[in-house]
Design a protein around this ligand. Structure first.
Ligand code: SF4
Ligand code: SF4
Length: 478
């Protein structure tokens, strides 16, 4: 019997096992982005905008207007105080108009300058930038952060992470407290915190908004812009080929390649992009702008700063990545030609609508009568005969004093010959309060036909001499 072993290799066929289907996820797992720090014009402008928006946000609730908080959206009492203006639920139209104006301004701004709002003023970008700054101060720049996250858990790593999260949480709680300060008097809120007397609802809202800040700016970051923000989805409808966007000048940059400063790019047939990837490393959304316009780009301009610094080092002209328009790139337009294209029909329409709405809002606020009156005929008390052979109708009149002084209101009535006011003619209403008063009208029985007759109440504020007219009816029974 032969004991010799066969030396030939055995081939094992690979076949699909239909019982074990391969499942592949359609979702790409999230890769944490470690944006690199950069200096430059747009980075500086981002910080200017951060300071302005944050000084406004954290400062406004502390401003006083006379005896009260200057800006207070007091939901409990249904009053919105905005400096000298007191708005009531009946004034909801002003808030609607303000929202429409804000939307139109966003449309106009987007049509002209693309997503500058996202990169420079949106709270999500602003807080992400602040949180990233804290992260950088505690953990170091990009390379150090990458090393730290890849390293084993040591005492040093734990301390750094704890410090970073403590600062993030403190900042988030302060943000939640400030947010609530727009809806409840912030000084009282501070007292309640110091005396540990916060109500459950106040505690809930501070924690809720603080948690949202911590989660959104600390962890979700660009995920909000990429996957959750509706504006990122519909802004392309406002874009056209003359909208300013962050662009990579492909004609100038390609073919890209690394090279020494001494190499003459023209002679070597190379474009100006040295493929250093700096523009990608600084991008807070982690995209490569050289792949063209992408919806993830928030127009923060950091890649412009990054590339300009590389162009300076290479002694090439700046602007390989720059704010420009698609038409300008295609047709090689100058800056003047780009500026000329700003005033195009779409922009003019948005501007016209915006001016119209703003003028309407200003006009109605300036001419606004600082009180409101609602008159309802008391249907529970139909017309009735009273002493002296007169017929009486009773009305419920709600007078809202929207000013901040106690006001006396004088009531008179017209519309029917011989009709008189049988109740008190003057009422005093406290500042920013409403008062319901009963008003009765009388007329001699038989002096008018039976049925409904229109009447007009005139209400005059003694202090301001402003007046309002309210229509109602007087009912004469058969
Ligand atoms: S920073 Fe400029 S040179 Fe560097 S890869 Fe980006 S586009 Fe090319
Ligand atoms: S591509 Fe440039 S402008 Fe767009 S988000 Fe990234 S860094 Fe900002």
């Amino acid at each position: 019997m032969s004991t010799q072993k066969s030396t030939s290799k055995k081939t094992i066929p690979i076949v699909n096992d239909p019982a074990q289907p391969v499942t592949r996820s359609l979702y790409e797992p999230h890769q944490k982005i470690y944006p690199r720090n950069i200096s430059g014009l747009y980075k500086n402008w981002r910080w200017v905008m951060i300071w302005i928006t944050q000084i406004v946000f954290y400062g406004v609730p502390w401003l006083q207007w006379g005896e009260r908080q200057a800006v207070l959206l007091d939901i409990g009492t249904h009053r919105f105080y905005i400096f000298g203006l007191v708005l009531y639920p009946q004034d909801l139209i002003y808030l609607v108009v303000i929202l429409i104006i804000a939307a139109l301004a966003l449309f106009l701004f987007t049509a002209v300058a693309g997503r500058l709002w996202c990169g420079f003023a949106c709270p999500q970008s602003v807080y992400t930038k602040i949180f990233l700054w804290v992260e950088r101060q505690v953990e170091g720049d990009r390379a150090a952060r990458l090393r730290l996250d890849a390293s084993k858990l040591t005492r040093n790593k734990l301390l750094k992470k704890m410090l970073k999260h403590s600062i993030w949480i403190s900042f988030s709680v302060w943000t939640g407290f400030t947010f609530l300060g727009y809806f409840a008097p912030i000084r009282d809120l501070m007292q309640s915190i110091l005396q540990l007397h916060l109500s459950p609802w106040e505690t809930f809202w501070i924690c809720f908004y603080g948690f949202a800040t911590y989660g959104n700016a600390g962890f979700l970051r660009e995920q909000i812009c990429k996957h959750m923000c509706p504006y990122a989805r519909f802004q392309s409808a406002m874009f056209d080929n003359d909208t300013l966007i962050v662009t990579y000048d492909e004609e100038r940059g390609e073919p890209r390649s690394g090279r020494s400063r001494k190499v003459d790019a023209k002679q070597s047939g190379l474009g100006d992009c040295i493929d250093c990837n700096f523009c990608v490393q600084v991008c807070p959304t982690g995209i490569d702008i050289r792949n063209g316009l992408q919806y993830e780009c928030i127009s923060c301009g950091l890649c412009v700063d990054a590339c300009n610094s590389i162009m300076d080092k290479m002694e090439y002209p700046r602007g390989l990545i720059r704010f420009s328009t698609q038409n300008a790139l295609t047709h090689h337009w100058s800056q003047e030609q780009v500026v000329k294209k700003v005033l195009r029909p779409r922009v003019l329409i948005y501007t016209g609508l915006l001016l119209l709405m703003s003028a309407g809002l200003v006009y109605s606020l300036v001419t606004r009568v600082p009180f409101k009156v609602d008159v309802i005929r008391d249907r529970g008390v139909m017309s009735r005969i009273v002493a002296g052979g007169k017929v009486e109708n009773v009305y419920q009149m709600q007078i809202t004093n929207a000013s901040e002084q106690v006001e006396t209101f004088k009531i008179s009535v017209s519309g029917i010959e011989g009709l008189s006011l049988a109740s008190a003619k003057e009422f005093t209403v406290n500042a920013a309060e409403s008062r319901m008063v009963a008003v009765s009208l009388q007329i001699a029985d038989g002096s008018i036909k039976s049925g409904s007759h229109p009447v007009i109440f005139e209400i005059v504020a003694n202090g301001s001499n402003e007046r309002l007219f309210e229509k109602s009816i007087f009912y004469m029974s058969r």
